[in-house]
Design a binder for this molecule. Structure first.
Ligand SMILES: Cc1cc2nc3c(=O)[nH]c(=O)nc-3n(C[C@H](O)[C@H](O)[C@H](O)COP(=O)(O)OP(=O)(O)OC[C@H]3O[C@@H](n4cnc5c(N)ncnc54)[C@H](O)[C@@H]3O)c2cc1C
Ligand code: FES
Length: 291
């Protein structure tokens, strides 16, 4: 195993990383627990890794959804969103992945802020979990709002209850918890009592809605920007974000950013810039697999 220290405490590790646990949350969402002791040791809530499954794979940024320094493992929760993440579904316990770079990005700010609402939407529930846990362990009063499309997609409810003073679950179709979007209970709580900070992680449209919900209340709102990343070290410019007119890079200045300053409209357009090629890539892969 080769471990190099490079800029801002990033550990680059090249080795084979064994998957010791696979858990399927739904047909498209799954968890890997991977042996990566150096990364587990260095990881902080809010950081991510870039994974390359084999020598022909794309580099895929994934948030460190959990890390265990005793066991030397990191946990990744992955949604099959396109060709590469779909191919990753085929990995089983005992398989290895080629390389992992990380931990990357700035850790989340963790301190006793007072009352904090942690909002997770869909897959965003996984990355926000270590932030919630750290905030609780630092003495915050924590309220969790986690939202899913439907009951069968709900995961980690128990983990959230363990570190939340209050847990609210919402589903779009009302099949579990409250019916509706995460922004509904968020608005109700903000209108009813004092809240010191909101942390929202999920799809860009959800984070934009959360930031717009908190804006009139003047509550500091942190979002985690999952812009398209290539190198993950601030060199390519792919993940640039317009933060109140200033250009920032989500991979080194974030992923956490002030949700009231992010230009989400611009970001959402940029996020779709490769859609044509992503579709072609899925089609080509399907055809090759059928041969
Ligand atoms: C900091 C960060 C943390 C992330 N954490 C997670 C996570 O914990 N779990 C998870 O399932 N996904 C996570 N993602 C998103 C994940 O990286 C993409 O879903 C994945 O790269 C898609 O690759 P694909 O080939 O399967 O799909 P594609 O068909 O190539 O793309 C599907 C969609 O994913 C997005 N995407 C594509 N390539 C990238 C890229 N290089 N960087 C970011 N987004 C991309 C685009 O919106 C695209 O439309 C994270 C992204 C970032 C930037
Ligand atoms: S991914 Fe290249 S600058 Fe952020």
């Amino acid at each position: 195993m080769l471990a190099l220290k490079c800029r801002v405490n990033v550990i680059i590790v090249t080795a084979m990383f064994e998957i010791i646990r696979v858990e399927n949350f739904s047909p498209s969402t799954f968890l890997w627990e991977v042996i990566a002791p150096e990364i587990a040791q260095a990881a902080r809530p809010g950081q991510f890794v870039i994974v390359r499954s084999d020598e022909r794979s794309e580099r895929i940024p994934l948030t460190i959804a959990d890390f265990n320094t005793d066991e030397g493992t990191i946990t990744l929760v992955i949604q099959a969103a396109g060709k590469s993440t779909d191919q990753m579904r085929a990995y089983r316990v005992g398989d290895s992945i080629l390389d992992i770079v990380g931990p990357l990005g700035e850790p989340s700010e963790i301190e006793n802020f007072g009352t904090v609402i942690v909002v997770g939407g869909g897959l965003g529930v996984a990355p926000v979990y270590p932030i919630l846990r750290a905030l609780k362990l630092h003495g915050c009063n924590t309220i969790s709002i986690i939202g899913f499309r439907t009951k069968s997609l709900v995961f980690w409810e128990g983990r959230f209850r363990d570190y939340s003073d209050e847990t609210i679950i919402v589903t779009d179709d009302g099949s579990y918890g409250q019916m509706g979007l995460v922004t509904q209970p968020l608005k109700e709580i903000l209108a009813a009592r004092h809240v010191d900070r909101v942390i929202a992680v999920g799809p860009l449209v959800m984070m934009r809605a959360a930031a717009e919900t908190t804006r009139p209340f003047g509550v500091r709102t942190i979002v985690s920007i999952n812009a398209i990343m290539v190198d993950g070290t601030g060199m390519c410019g792919s993940c640039r974000v317009n933060l109140a007119g200033e250009i920032k890079f989500a991979c080194i200045d974030g992923p956490d950013m002030d949700g009231h300053l992010v230009n989400f409209d611009e970001l959402i357009i940029r996020q779709r810039r490769f859609v044509k090629y992503e579709k072609q890539s899925i089609e080509m892969c399907k055809n090759r697999c059928q041969e």
